[in-house]
Design a protein around this ligand. Structure first.
Ligand SMILES: [Zn+2]
Length: 309
């Protein structure tokens, strides 16, 4: 045993115990859902990274960023579209500040970020049905998503922003990812996986090449499975935070399940099994919304003088 511990297996054991300690000592509570997350990245660092990648992405899109300085065009429709996205964003960001204040007053301890973010909204002309919010509040909506959030008639046009609740669902969900620091969590996870593979690599010194390959493969699959599990949790969490933002910004919460159903259809029915996918299967998602909806509707009616059922 003594020899063993001085050997490579000892290095491996010490390494893995160290990683476990590192994992458990860097847990923090996500106040919106009560989930515990592994996060080693400071808010400042993640916001700085968010700003950097936002600038990079917008630069790559160049002339496609509607009504920006680099924009190829900014006609009356495009201006209207940019204005609409900014208006939805403004309502959601006020809701985010409010939600964080409520949670703080309920006794949750966390650093609120919504009032510190440099909220910025851009619309990118693109066929991609895409939208994101980077750490720091840097939001982009791609025009390819507008028909799905709009009247769903198979083409993107201005009629798609006559009713904006579904677009608010998407933006609220993306903002939810940023508020819950999912980007920082994912990077922290990737870092600890790298450290783990280093420890495993060191511990396998005497094994044959084939054995090493087998162990590394098993380790890689386990790590990938773990990361996928967390990214599905992120989606569920962003759905919940998005719903809380919707009712606080007085957008109709009942639009959320409908929107995600449409998103599910976009995959053409060939979606991968849930455990392989970063997105929750649509049944799981619909079930979550069924569970959350009574509270959301009551909250909406109370806050927004509504009368929906
Ligand atoms: Zn998401």
């Amino acid at each position: 045993m003594g020899n063993l511990l001085r050997g490579r297996l000892g290095i491996l054991l010490v390494g893995l115990i160290g990683l476990a300690v590192y994992w458990f000592s860097n847990q923090q509570e996500v106040p919106f859902t009560g989930r515990s997350q592994f996060n080693t990245m400071s808010i400042e660092d993640s916001v700085r990274l968010g700003a950097q990648s936002y600038v990079q992405i917008l630069q790559q899109e160049g002339g496609n960023v509607l009504c920006s300085r680099a924009a190829r065009s900014c006609d009356i429709n495009e201006r209207e579209l940019v204005r609409t996205v900014n208006e939805i964003g403004a309502r959601l960001q006020v809701a985010a500040v409010q939600l964080e204040e409520e949670l703080l007053s309920q006794g949750y301890s966390f650093t609120p970020v919504a009032s510190e973010f440099e909220w910025t909204y851009n619309v990118v002309a693109s066929n991609q049905p895409n939208a994101f919010c980077l750490p720091g509040g840097y939001v982009a909506v791609y025009t390819g998503i507008l028909d799905i959030t709009g009247n769903y008639d198979g083409q993107v046009n201005m009629a798609d922003i006559d009713d904006v609740d579904k677009l608010a669902v998407v933006m609220g969900h993306e903002i939810g990812h940023a508020l819950a620091h999912h980007g920082a969590e994912r990077m922290s996870q990737q870092q600890i996986v790298q450290m783990g593979s280093l420890a495993v690599g060191l511990g396998m010194g005497d094994m044959s090449a084939a054995q090493r390959q087998g162990v590394m493969q098993a380790f890689g699959m386990a790590a990938q499975g773990g990361i996928l599990k967390f990214s599905r949790e992120h989606e569920t969490e962003a759905d919940k935070i998005g719903l809380d933002l919707l009712v606080r910004a007085c957008f109709d919460p009942r639009e959320a399940p409908e929107l995600w159903e449409r998103m599910g259809e976009q995959g053409g029915g060939q979606r991968p099994p849930e455990w392989m996918s970063t997105h929750p299967a649509s049944e799981t998602r619909a079930e979550n919304f069924r569970r959350w909806m009574p509270d959301a509707i009551a909250e909406y009616n109370r806050r927004c003088d509504g009368n929906i059922r």
